[in-house]
Design a protein around this ligand. Structure first.
Ligand SMILES: C[S@@+](CC[C@H](N)C(=O)[O-])C[C@H]1O[C@@H](n2cnc3c(N)ncnc32)[C@H](O)[C@@H]1O
Length: 261
């Protein structure tokens, strides 16, 4: 099936888009921090983006000028974090735009509520999205020590599945990665999003899936460039990729990105 590719509207040269979300992580005094950033925003040129531990200014903020993306992102916001991580979502959407034109399926390891999957699909045709989209997660519990996300309890898998009632091309596989790959796994992958919040799980996923990514296929690792708790991912993923001749692009959004040869 031919993909429906979203189009950009003609650019209005006088348009200025600012974005501010007060959802960020690792701040010791949120009230003071917010006041300081509000003041900082008043001192910079327009085109600013604030949220998800990013503060930039003098930017086009292309994500907000892409109408179909804006609709997909806004239509899938379920919490403050989904609002704040708009730029991360646009990285996924643009990767999806490229990969939907390649051979192979779409895969997300670490699905949680499914917002990452649904935003990409809604950007690229919604229920008419032309590929199988695999989502792997334990769903009903969070296997990462110290991580308990709202709603992850018995029945959660079914709840997430019901969100995709109109999307029969979505296959949500419940189970621990990598064991759950035995339940089904694509031979060819065009797009791979890994978002497991832990290095061991991510490497286990890469061991199985990376060789299946087709040339030109894209891999996005959600936490690669985040420091602190997530730094072991960089520590372990850098040598894994170096052994295969790859260097991960660290993105300002905190994601890691690469294109398969
Ligand atoms: C940050 S959430 C995913 C968010 C989602 N990618 C999005 O964009 O909205 C991380 C998920 O990874 C799952 N997870 C972590 N380690 C896993 C493993 N080894 N096997 C299966 N699921 C795992 C957790 O249950 C959790 O739902």
């Amino acid at each position: 099936m031919k993909p429906t590719l979203p189009e950009l509207a003609p650019l209005r040269m006088d348009a200025v888009v600012n974005f501010a979300s007060h959802k960020y992580w690792g701040v010791s005094d949120p009230v003071r921090f917010r006041a300081l950033l509000d003041e900082a925003r008043s001192l910079v040129t327009s085109g600013h983006f604030l949220g998800d531990n990013l503060f930039t200014w003098g930017r086009n903020n292309s994500l907000f000028e892409d109408g179909p993306f804006r609709a997909a992102w806004e239509g899938n916001i379920q919490n403050d974090a989904d609002h704040a991580i708009a730029w991360r979502r646009y990285i996924l959407a643009c990767a999806g735009f490229h990969c939907v034109q390649l051979e192979g399926d779409f895969v997300e390891c670490g699905v949680y509520t499914g917002t990452g999957i649904k935003t990409v699909m809604d950007y690229l045709g919604g229920p008419a999205f032309p590929k199988t989209y695999w989502g792997f997660d334990t769903f009903d519990y969070n296997p990462v020590p110290g991580h308990k996300f709202e709603g992850q309890e018995e029945g959660f898998h079914q709840k997430v599945q019901s969100r995709f009632a109109q999307y029969p091309q979505v296959r949500l596989i419940k189970g621990f990665i990598p064991d759950s790959f035995a339940q089904g796994c694509p031979d060819k992958v065009a797009y791979l999003h890994i978002d497991l919040n832990n290095a061991a799980g991510e490497l286990a996923a890469l061991e199985v899936l990376f060789d299946r990514v087709v040339p030109g296929g894209m891999v996005v690792m959600d936490d690669y460039e985040w420091a602190g708790t997530y730094r072991p991912q960089k520590q372990q993923e850098d040598p894994w990729f170096a052994a295969r001749g790859y260097r991960i692009f660290p993105l300002p959004t905190g994601q890691g990105f690469l294109i398969k040869r």
